[in-house]
Design a binder for this molecule. Structure first.
Ligand SMILES: Cc1ncc(C[n+]2csc(CCOP(=O)(O)OP(=O)(O)O)c2C)c(N)n1
Length: 319
């Protein structure tokens, strides 16, 4: 049984992430966001379902498609938007941009433009937890393409032999840029790799936020109780190309239609109505308030200054 309050929280996060992503796509097309922007649309249930099971002392590491993880971990929309617009008020003073947001105050050790780059960082965080004898858990969000990098195997092996409290979440959206998973591996069910390292592993429907939450809760409890790492594969699909400028013509239309019929935001909305008893009016009120918060965040980011040349040089000199 889920309380209405919990389901409202879950839906608020799903809708906030979707709104953030859609507005950022728009800002990118207006030339307001420089570099790349990799939307998380279609994958929201994974960040939300997993992070709903985490506490204040837990850590996450994230991917190049990481805004959803940051928001699900409690990031402030103003500072997120400012970061993407390269402004001084952003989480990393605008120096991280879309792919490198970090917020240590919420245990977010950072998004990462290097595919697979967050895996060893998360394993390191779990090692720290373990050496200090703490109760925390580290969650590594990573992607199907990253599992073919050597670092994935090395990290899983270390996590296993050191029995670390780490949940490795592979967001399997079936593509690495335009390469379908069937062309990059003979084991498209990525969770099947875990047992080779002695790691408990399973696969879950990544579009169903409650299924993700329930499975993640179990896995997190397992990590906390000292029974070592868990590998969770969440199968999903992105709702467009690899980044904003990629039309994604290589993605089969029938598959896209299937996954759109399982849109994680609509699934979460349905749960809030059916299991939480929320009315259409209540939900619309919630959606309107999220849209307004995002509008305010855009205004905040647009009006924020960039670092001055001197401020920038002072930071660069430290490294
Ligand atoms: C180590 C490394 N190799 C290659 C790239 C270029 N690159 C950026 S995203 C990407 C594909 C990533 O696919 P996947 O890991 O499945 O993540 P998804 O984009 O599907 O979320 C590649 C190859 C990179 N950033 N880092």
């Amino acid at each position: 049984m889920y309380s209405k309050e919990f389901l409202t929280h879950i839906y608020t996060q799903l809708y906030t992430i979707r709104t953030f992503e859609m507005q950022c796509i728009h800002l990118y097309r207006q030339g307001m966001i420089r570099g790349y922007f990799h939307p998380y649309t279609g994958e929201e249930a994974i960040a939300v379902g997993v992070c709903a099971g985490l506490g204040d002392n837990d850590y996450i590491t994230s991917t190049h498609r990481g805004h959803g993880h940051c928001i699900a971990r409690g990031a402030d929309l103003n500072r997120m938007t400012a970061e993407l617009l390269g402004k001084k008020t952003g989480y990393c003073k605008g120096l991280g941009g879309s792919m490198h947001i970090a917020d240590f105050s919420s245990g977010n050790l950072g998004a990462n433009g290097i595919v697979g780059g967050g895996i060893p960082i998360g394993i390191g965080a779990a090692l720290g937890i373990s050496l200090r004898g703490e109760q925390g858990v580290a969650v590594v969000f990573t992607s199907d393409g990253a599992t073919n990098n050597g670092i994935f195997g090395e990290s899983l092996n270390l996590a296993a032999i050191w029995n670390l409290p780490v949940l490795i979440v592979v967001e399997n959206n079936h593509y690495a840029v335009s390469t379908p998973i069937e062309q990059s591996t003979r084991v498209p069910d990525i969770y099947k790799r875990g047992p080779a390292y002695g790691i408990d592993s399973f696969s879950v429907d990544g579009n169903d936020v409650l299924k993700v939450y329930e499975h993640a809760q179990d896995a997190i409890a397992r990590c906390r109780s000292g029974r070592g790492p868990v590998l969770m594969e969440a199968k999903t699909f992105r709702f467009g190309g690899h980044h904003v400028n990629d039309p994604g013509h290589y993605m089969p239309k029938d598959r896209m239609a299937y996954y759109k019929s399982k849109d994680p935001v609509l699934v979460g909305r349905r749960y809030l109505m059916e299991k939480g008893g929320a009315t259409e009016d209540e939900i619309q009120l919630l959606e309107t308030s999220i849209t307004r918060k995002m509008d305010d965040a855009i205004l905040f980011a647009e009006e924020s200054p960039e670092l001055t040349h001197e401020e920038l040089m002072n930071i660069v000199e430290r490294y």
